[in-house]
Design a protein around this ligand. Structure first.
Ligand SMILES: [Zn+2]
Length: 173
């Protein structure tokens, strides 16, 4: 089945009342911030949203987004594939009072004057949050570690100066 294109925004109240489910794809060309934070985005983004009314009659939605991106390994400087998997639950709110009354389990998100939440922005924000602070290959896939282990990993480990030693000495002075 062909996936629908993710709408830019939806009326979150109506979507919740209708128990709207979206199994959609989002054009990678639309995610300029994710593009700038990575070497490249491998494919369009797989997205799933489900809107519902919870037991406290709060209108909420759950979502998932996944896509592979290319990053640069900070250890060996070679490209690496990173699989972004985001999962989130939001409760759309109108104002600060509603936000403050939310149960802790829900992340508030403001809807606009038309009652709409921006799904594209949510997906991009959530994917950006999954990116590692420092991108690195798994040790067995890293070029640098291949080089290291060919010289005997344990020896190298012991010879390498520990940056914390230098720090400790600085503190002693
Ligand atoms: Zn590497």
């Amino acid at each position: 089945m062909q996936k629908v294109k993710l709408p830019i925004s939806v009326d979150s109240v109506r979507a919740a009342n209708n128990r709207l489910e979206l199994d959609a794809s989002l054009d990678k060309a639309l995610l300029s911030r994710l593009r700038e934070s990575t070497n490249s985005i491998h494919s369009d983004i797989d997205v799933y949203f489900s809107f519902e009314v919870d037991q406290q009659r709060l209108r909420i939605f759950h979502g998932k987004a996944s896509v592979a991106v290319e990053l640069t390994c900070q250890r060996c400087n070679e490209p690496m594939i990173y699989q972004c998997e985001a999962e989130f639950t939001y409760c759309p709110v109108l104002n600060e009072e509603q936000e403050n009354n939310l149960p802790d389990v829900y992340e508030p998100i403001y809807y606009d004057e038309n009652g709409e939440v921006n799904l594209h922005q949510i997906v991009e924000d959530e994917l950006l949050l999954t990116l590692p602070q420092i991108a690195m290959h798994a040790i067995e896939d890293c070029q640098y570690s291949d080089y290291e282990s060919s010289f005997g990993e344990i020896e190298e480990e012991q010879q390498r100066p520990n940056p914390f030693d230098a720090l400790a000495q600085l503190k002693l002075k």
